[in-house]
Ligand binder design. Structure first.
Ligand code: SIN
Ligand code: FE2
Length: 206
């Protein structure tokens, strides 16, 4: 089942991944995090650390620090190693829902531990806005907020549960969105607790 919301191009697939696929996916994400440990990126200018721990798989990884701002980099900022490849079971989710003939180049891994959240923002550090952003939720339930194309537009909150998949395509590709809070302890999927969100993106134009 998919559910549309007010902004054109946003698709929501509740329960897209059954429990077994959620477990398999979590294992492959944990393997990526062993190779490419999560870190706390810092905000441009202020240098304040984000509450969400991040890492990446794919050719490009999303990163931010005080000096360089938001950007994609081809190596882990602390190990200096290339990012691990995007696991096949993650690529197959893109193939199923993105409706875009070319593979994603970045899988951003956001790990929300107790108290972590993400302010309203647009994903606009990519060169290619024709490709959608595909979002996969694992672990604790999150209160996701989706707005419009201007920061001041009305927003709506929706709960994203483990196994849910969303697609931000069409007009919604540049919609403001964020995570108000995570319902700590609502799932036992992630070792050590919390929520993991994967976002798949194209970075360059094919
Ligand atoms: C993001 O906007 O990068 C993450 C959204 C989410 O955690 O669901
Ligand atoms: Fe985002």
């Amino acid at each position: 089942m998919t559910t549309a919301t007010a902004i054109e191009g946003f698709r929501y697939y509740p329960g897209f991944l059954d429990a077994a696929r959620q477990r398999a996916l979590t294992e492959s994400v944990m393997a990526v995090l062993t190779q490419a440990p999560a870190y706390h990126a810092t905000m441009p200018k202020s240098g304040v650390a984000m509450s969400v721990a991040m890492s990446n798989a794919g050719r490009f990884g999303w990163y931010s620090d005080k000096e360089g701002g938001y950007r994609y980099i081809e190596r882990h900022p602390f190990t200096g190693q290339p990012w691990p490849a995007i696991p096949d079971e993650i690529l197959s989710i893109w193939d199923a829902v993105a409706n875009y003939g070319v593979a994603p180049e970045c899988c951003l891994i956001n790990h929300y531990r107790a108290g972590a959240k993400m302010g309203l923002h647009q994903d606009r550090d990519e060169q290619d806005f024709d490709a959608p952003v595909v979002s996969i939720s694992l672990g604790d339930t999150a209160v996701f907020r989706l707005g419009g194309l201007n920061r001041k537009d009305p927003t709506r909150a929706m709960k994203l549960q483990s196994g849910d998949v969303c697609v931000l395509g069409g007009a919604s590709r540049l919609a403001f969105h964020g995570i108000d809070r995570v319902l700590s302890g609502s799932s036992r999927l992630i070792p050590g607790g919390g929520r993991i969100n994967l976002t798949l993106r194209r970075v360059t134009r094919p």
